[in-house]
Write a protein that binds this ligand. Structure first.
Ligand SMILES: NC(=O)c1ccc[n+]([C@@H]2O[C@H](COP(=O)([O-])OP(=O)(O)OC[C@H]3O[C@@H](n4cnc5c(N)ncnc54)[C@H](OP(=O)(O)O)[C@@H]3O)[C@@H](O)[C@H]2O)c1
Length: 302
């Protein structure tokens, strides 16, 4: 099996903790280079992680003729620029999520990669987990029944917001970009493309959305909808609204089944589940800061 020779831009947390070890374990990959804006940081990371070459700038890694594919775990605001620069250098790209800050940016990135004949992929790893693949297949095959609603939540606490790129508006921070993209992604996987999308968020002291509730409606025949909560609040102020990760689908067939809720005597209730109410646009309002308007159907997929 031929191995792809990888390089990494930046000594990012997600790279060091998760993706670099995974690339190094993959039978069809060889991680040959890492770059940092700070040469000493690149050298230190290369030594610690057993990577043969350290580059003192991102440009130097792109000029490395041995590197065939580049993993980009940079702040969200830099995804577009470095994906396009990789494409221009003839390198394939695996870019961290969210791929881009706007649909237009994503289209430009996809166009550049197409033009230079390189592959572009967003690093939504969870989509390749066997459990996710199975849920997707079950939904597509109709085994889950007529899915009417997806509820998803992804929340977590950030210990040092002042030091975290997620709290930097200029770097594309905020809960919606950071973890809301997962809840949107899973909703689209199960329900398809929304016709309408609404969101309400709370913008914190750092100027980014720390909590967002979002709803998508798919008025295809019957109303189908998805709701999601995403949150990356500072740890001190946090009382979580939802479990860290949760995704739930309500299907028409669920209505006929007994619920798991207990009755006052402790026996499972035999009452039917109520079907989800259709979402009305008036139920959603935009919060202060960045207003999210009902948006037309837009894609972020390359
Ligand atoms: N797929 C997943 O499961 C997952 C999980 C976590 C994060 N992510 C994504 O991965 C990306 C990185 O997240 P992270 O938490 O790993 O970030 P991080 O630890 O803060 O690392 C970001 C890296 O970007 C480089 N960088 C370049 N310009 C920068 C600037 N102006 N300010 C700060 N850093 C800058 C730095 O590397 P050098 O200084 O070495 O150049 C820095 O180490 C984000 O897009 C995030 O959404 C994905």
């Amino acid at each position: 099996m031929r191995s792809i020779r990888w390089g990494v831009l930046g000594v990012a947390n997600i790279g060091v903790r998760t993706v670099i070890p995974a690339i190094q374990r993959a039978p069809n990959a060889r991680l040959i280079a890492i770059a940092s804006r700070t040469p000493a940081r690149a050298e230190d990371a290369a030594r610690r992680l057993g990577i043969p070459r350290a580059h003192g700038s991102y440009e130097a890694l792109l000029a490395d003729p041995e590197v065939e594919a580049v993993y980009i775990p940079l702040p969200n605001s830099l995804h577009r620029e470095w994906t396009i620069r990789c494409a221009e250098a003839g390198k394939h790209v695996l870019c961290e999520k969210p791929l881009a800050l706007t649909a237009r940016e994503a289209e430009e990135m996809a166009a550049a990669c197409r033009q230079h004949g390189v592959a572009l992929m967003e690093a939504f790893m969870y989509r390749f987990h066997p459990r996710t693949e199975r849920v997707g297949r079950l939904a597509a095959d109709g085994a889950l029944g007529d899915v009417r609603m997806v509820r998803a939540a992804f929340t977590f606490a950030v210990r040092e917001p002042d030091l975290n790129i997620r709290f930097r508006r200029d770097l594309g921070g905020g809960a919606l970009y950071d973890v809301g993209c997962y809840t949107i992604n899973v909703s689209r996987m199960v329900l398809g493309e929304p016709e309408l999308a609404f969101a309400a968020g709370r913008v914190g002291d750092h100027g980014v959305d720390e909590q967002v509730e979002r709803s998508c409606a798919l008025p295809v025949g019957a109303w189908r909808s998805s709701t999601a909560v995403s949150s990356c609040r500072g740890a001190k102020s946090t009382r979580w609204l939802a479990p860290r990760r949760a995704c739930r689908c309500l299907t028409r067939s669920c209505r006929a089944r007994p619920t798991r809720r207990s009755t006052s005597r402790g026996a499972p209730s035999q009452g039917p589940r109520r079907s989800p109410a259709p979402i009305s646009p008036s139920a959603w309002s935009s919060a202060s800061g960045r207003p999210w308007q009902p948006a037309p159907r837009r894609h972020c997929r390359p």
